[in-house]
Every structure is written in structure tokens, then in C-alpha cells.
Design a protein around this ligand. Sequence first.
Ligand SMILES: [Zn+2]
Length: 232
Amino acid sequence: MALIIRIDVDRPYGKRPILRHLLSRLSSDFYFPKIEILGYLKELRIILQMLNERKARAYLFFRRCTLPSEAVLKLITQGNHKIGLHLENSRSFNSFVIEKKMLERHTGKSILAVSKHGSGGAKYGLYHYAPYEPDKYMEWARQSRMKLFLGNLEDPSIKSSVDEAGFHVFPSAFWLEPAWRDTKKFTVDWLLAEAKSSDIVLLIHPENVLADPTLIEKFKRLLLSLETRTLE
Ligand SMILES: [Zn+2]
């Protein structure tokens, strides 16, 4: 069994320095062009290079304000990664379809995987619909013949499931960033042991991992020790 790497691409310009943080907010709520020289998706590019050097594969989930640039698409093709929708406007089936089509038009690929931006509570940006309603997303995804839903629960020991149509659901993830993980119970050693007998989702946000040397270290250790895989 293996690690299923999930990368949520939340911030077009990362968090630091403050100017890039502001550009991320501006892009999310209004509009700002995708400018490579200002560091558009810089953190994601670094993570993709790390993955490609180690021949590890991942799912990358994009929002409308973090659509992959040419450089990112090239790295995705090189590493044979999968693109998924990081669903923002989950008000209705219609709004879900609009976001999915936007990503399909942009990438020229069928989008078969979905995750949700935010776990309920705070509203992040103009288009964001805050409630976390996984049953709806699974129904919409099945209806659209997608293949995978990766959920936001924080107990990585919850088992995955698959139905007759081959639709996979992983309700939870091992969140590498400690704010969303019971770090006493679910250590990297726990993950190393557990991923030998079952597939476990490892969730990261590039800008958070790269901002913390201990998280980079953990991420590298996991890539070195475990197989990674994608499902389709
Ligand atoms: Zn998100």
C-alpha cells in the first residue's frame, strides 16, 4: 500500500512577504494576473520539483485563483501527477459544475478528483461557500462520473471505501501541518507503519510546509520511505 499525496493549492502568491500575501488575497477575492516574476505558484513549483526528483506522484487540487501556469503544467506532465478540483463555490450542483468546467477548459483534461476548500466555519474569499458538506460533493462527483473524493476529516485512521462504479472516497487525511493533526497520536512514525498495510492520504499546503524546516524534513523522510500512488 502507499501514500496518496494531496496538495491543496490555496494561495497563488503564497503568504510571504506581505506583498505576496496581499496579492494572494487580491487574486482570491477580486482579480490579479498570474505573474511568474512575482512568484505565481512559486511554492508549488518547488514542491513539484522535489516530487519529480524522487519520482513521487501526487494529486494537485486547484482553485479558480490558482489555475496552473505553463511552468506548473510542464512539471505536472513530467511527474505524471493528477489534477483535481479544489471546490470553492459548493452552493449547488450548478456552481460545482461551473468550477469543474473552468478547470477542464484551462487544462484540457477531464477532472476526475475533487476536494473541498475549507472544512466549514470561516469564509475564505468572495467565491467561497463555507459549509463543509461532503455527502453533497460525493453525490455531485458520482453524478459527473468522477473517480475520487478526498475529505477534510483529521483522523487519518478512518478507512477509505470504493463503490461498484469505482468511485473512491477517503474521508480523512494525515495533515502534515500540525494545526490540523493530533500530533501525539498521529506521528510520522505512525504514518510510516500504517501506510505499509493501507493507502493513506497525506495532505499538504506548499506554502506552509516550505515555511517550516521541520515539515520539509518530515515530508522528505516520507517521500524517501514510502511508495506514492494515484488511483486512476
Ligand atoms: Zn483549501
